[in-house]
Design a protein around this ligand. Structure first.
Ligand code: AMP
Length: 210
C-alpha cells in the first residue's frame, strides 16, 4: 500500500506513521527526518536546508523532490510505503505523479491550531533516532531518554513558539491545498486527531481498511 499522511506540523503524522509501519510492515519515509539526519552528518543538502528549516519555512521543492525520488527507489519501498511530511506543496504532489507513483490513500489528520501549539510545546524528539514523545500525552519511560534507542530526547529547534506559528502559517498556505488536490483524485480520508494517541491510531487504521 502506498500511503500519504497529511496534517499540520504536530498533528501526529510521525507517531501514526510508526503505528502503520508496524501494522503493515512497510517503511515510513519522513522527509523531515531525512533532512535532519543530513544536517547531523553535515552534508551539503543538510546545510542548504538548515536556514529554511530553522525559520519554519519549507525547503525548496526541487531539493525534497530529489530526496524522495532517491529514497523511493530503494528496495524496501518495493511493496509500499508511508509518506510522512511529503508532499507539502501541490508541485511536490505533481512530481510524485511524474515519477509514476500511484498513491492508494491519503489520510489527513485534523487537529486545531490551538491544540497544535499546545502539543508542540510539549514535544520531545530523540536526537539519535528521531522518535517522538510528548511530556504529557506520550512520555518516554525515563524522562529525557528515548525508549527505542536510549538516545537523549530534546526540544526540536523548530518547535520554539515563534517558529511554530510560522510553520502553521506555511502549512495553511502551502500544504492545506493538497486536501482539495487529493479529494478531487478520490484518495482523501479525513481523521479527527484525538487527545489520546491510541484513539487516533484506531481511527487511522480503520481509515486504511475503508
Ligand atoms: P517535519 O519533521 O516533517 O515537521 O519537517 C521539518 C522541516 O523540514 C519542515 O518545517 C521543512 O522546513 C522541512 N521539510 C520537511 N519535509 C518537507 C517537504 N516535503 N517540503 C519542504 N520542506 C520540508
Amino acid at each position: 500500500m502506498k500511503l500519504i499522511l497529511l496534517g499540520a506540523p504536530g498533528a501526529g503524522k510521525g507517531t501514526q506513521a510508526e503505528v502503520i509501519r508496524e501494522h503493515l510492515q512497510i517503511p515510513a519515509v519522513s522527509t523531515g527526518n531525512i533532512i535532519r539526519e543530513a544536517l547531523r552528518n553535515g552534508t551539503e543538502m543538510g546545510l542548504k536546508a538548515k536556514s529554511y528549516m530553522d525559520s519554519g519555512a519549507l525547503v525548496p521543492d526541487e531539493v525534497v523532490i530529489g530526496i524522495i525520488e532517491e529514497r523511493l527507489q530503494q528496495d524496501d519501498c518495493k511493496n509500499g510505503f508511508i509518506l510522512d511530511g511529503f508532499p507539502r506543496t501541490v508541485p511536490q504532489a505533481e512530481a510524485l505523479g511524474r515519477m509514476g507513483i500511484e498513491i492508494d490513500r491519503v489520510v489527513d489528520i485534523e487537529v486545531s491550531d490551538q491544540a497544535i501549539i499546545q502539543r508542540l510545546s510539549g514535544r520531545r524528539v530523540c536526537e539519535k533516532c528521531g522518535a517522538s514523545y510528548h511530556v504529557e500525552h506520550n512520555p518516554s519511560k525515563q524522562e529525557g531518554i528515548c525508549d527505542k534507542c536510549g538516545g537523549n530526547t530534546v526540544v526540536r529547534k523548530d518547535d520554539k513558539p515563534e517558529t511554530v506559528l510560522e510553520r502553521l502559517e506555511t502549512y495553511h498556505q502551502q500544504t492545506e491545498p493538497l486536501k482539495a488536490f487529493y479529494e478531487k483524485a478520490g484518495k482523501l480520508v479525513i481523521v479527527q486527531g484525538q487527545g489520546e494517541v491510541s484513539d487516533t491510531s484506531r481511527l487511522v487504521l480503520a481509515a486504511l481498511e475503508a
